[in-house]
Design a protein around this ligand. Structure first.
Ligand code: AR6
Length: 194
């Protein structure tokens, strides 16, 4: 199920909220700053413990990492790093799609039944809002549809998940919220999800 809400993602009592982080994963401005402020210093400590894949990079662009939510109402924070928008011809759409796919997969692996996304990359990173929302909606719809197909296979007692893909037991019932900070952002999503 997909819902659009307008508000502050740090107030949501969902299983996971997604953070539009940067590669260092130690906080920043925008939604990242708001999430660190609300979660408390324990979140910074938890992020420090995420291993670097190379100096200064805990989460490469398009990937996702999970930490507890600490003082947030959400159980987990899933940190993902959207692309910095240049002109759309430097892999930005693919990287943004990967953010949604990898965040959803990580949520499912951790048994989450509800997840809220901010409009990744559309603030400081400058991704055009309409184009970013189209990618977000497409990826979430694809994920939920695939999860339903997987669940049907389990229902037919076929124990073999498709090759290369882990089974996500909680995914078919997952509630996905697009948490838009502004009414304008919410209107973009409402046009795409009538
Ligand atoms: N709740 C929901 N959405 C919010 C909130 C909030 N409390 N605050 C802002 N937004 P941005 P990016 C919306 O700039 O473009 C950071 O410094 C905002 O209106 O937070 O991916 C990181 O450390 C916009 O629609 O993220 C990175 O360096 C959306 O969140 C960089 O910014 C994303 O805006 C990431 O830039």
């Amino acid at each position: 199920m997909i819902k659009i809400i307008q508000g502050d993602i740090t107030t949501l009592a969902v299983d996971a909220i997604v953070n539009a982080a940067n590669q260092v994963m130690l906080g920043g401005g925008g939604v990242d700053g708001a999430i660190h402020d609300a979660a408390g210093p324990e979140l910074y400590e938890a992020c420090l413990k995420v291993p670097e894949v190379r100096p200064g990079v805990r989460c490469p662009t398009g990937e996702a990492r999970i930490t507890p939510g600490f003082r947030l109402p959400a159980k987990y924070v899933i940190h993902t790093v959207g692309p910095v928008y240049r002109d759309g011809l430097h892999g930005e759409p693919e990287k943004l799609a990967a953010c949604y796919r990898n965040s959803l997969a990580l949520a499912a692996e951790n048994g989450c039944k509800s997840i809220a996304f901010p409009c990744i990359s559309t603030g400081i990173y400058g991704y055009p809002k309409e184009a970013a929302a189209q990618i977000a909606v497409r990826e979430v719809e694809n994920f939920l549809a695939q999860s339903r197909r997987d669940a049907e296979m389990v229902g037919r007692r076929d124990p073999t998940p498709p090759k290369g893909r882990a089974r996500s037991p909680s995914a078919p019932q997952m509630e996905v919220l697009f948490c838009c900070f502004s009414a304008r952002d919410a209107a973009v999503y409402k046009r795409l999800l009538p």
